[in-house]
Design a protein around this ligand. Sequence first.
Ligand SMILES: Nc1ncnc2c1ncn2[C@@H]1O[C@H](COP(=O)(O)OP(=O)(O)OP(=O)(O)O)[C@@H](O)[C@H]1O
Ligand SMILES: [Mg+2]
Length: 294
Amino acid sequence: MTSDGTFGEHGSSGAPWNAADTLTDHDRLARGGGVARWEPLGMSVTPALDLRGIDKSFGSVRVLHDVAFRAYPGEVTALVGDNGAGKTTLVRCIGGVHPPDAGEYRFEGNPVRVCGPRDAARLGIEIVHQDLALCENLDIVQNLFLGRERHRGLALDEDTMEEMARTALSGLSVRTIGSVRQRISTLSGGQRQTVAIARAVLWDSKVVVLDEPAAALGVAQTQQVLETVRRLADRGLAVVLVSHNMNDVFAVSDRISVLYLGRMVAQVRTADVTHRQVVELITAGTGEALGQRR
Ligand SMILES: Nc1ncnc2c1ncn2[C@@H]1O[C@H](COP(=O)(O)OP(=O)(O)OP(=O)(O)O)[C@@H](O)[C@H]1O
Ligand SMILES: [Mg+2]
């Protein structure tokens, strides 16, 4: 085990990874990655997100301890862990809502400072927060463009915004929403989730982080959201999916990162682990079956 609680062959401080630091073309082909999948051409892939040595405290409570986390373009990285493990806190660090106290933040290989949500948005990092933060009394278009409205002269350019909203939703293959002028309060949970995701992808994003998008959804709506998640990755985005549901995680993710009591205890390829091993990592912070000890 490395000093930061992860399991890395390259376990120097802040740069742990348990398999390969970069994913090569060969790796992807070896995984039999599917015909329609986004594939890099002839080079190793730089992580879209690469956080190292992240510490975060709230007052005297240390929530994240020397956390390393990576997410790659064209992949879904599941971020799992028990209640209170620190997933949302890490998501907020990524999105600039709670800038880390310490650590290194690299975006597409370059060190960056993400001190607020605007910094993250400028880089193309969009977060769909656990509580969604949609405005119930506004319609879909107003929610999608909140704070980033399009203008024509002094007036709002409603036609362009409506057209962009329709394009964003149809790009996510959303068929169940009748009108982009529907109020959020009239939408189902799954439809709201889709609007939140559409808002995240409307801005030419490179990274989309979804904090428990399917937590309150039924079977069919969950399926729809998971398909959307997969589609985003297949379009080349780096997608981070926070979830408690192992079936969802195994259905859509390429990699799994496990937080245990604020420490990253494993970052593994989904194809290399079983449900049981991941549950063991989540609940005990150890993966004996993987030959890993905390
Ligand atoms: N703003 C805050 N002030 C103080 N403590 C906080 C704050 N936000 C989170 N915490 C604490 O940090 C810890 C991790 O919380 P976090 O929300 O990141 O967990 P989580 O893994 O997302 O849990 P869940 O699965 O329940 O959503 C918890 O103990 C929580 O009480
Ligand atoms: Mg949370």
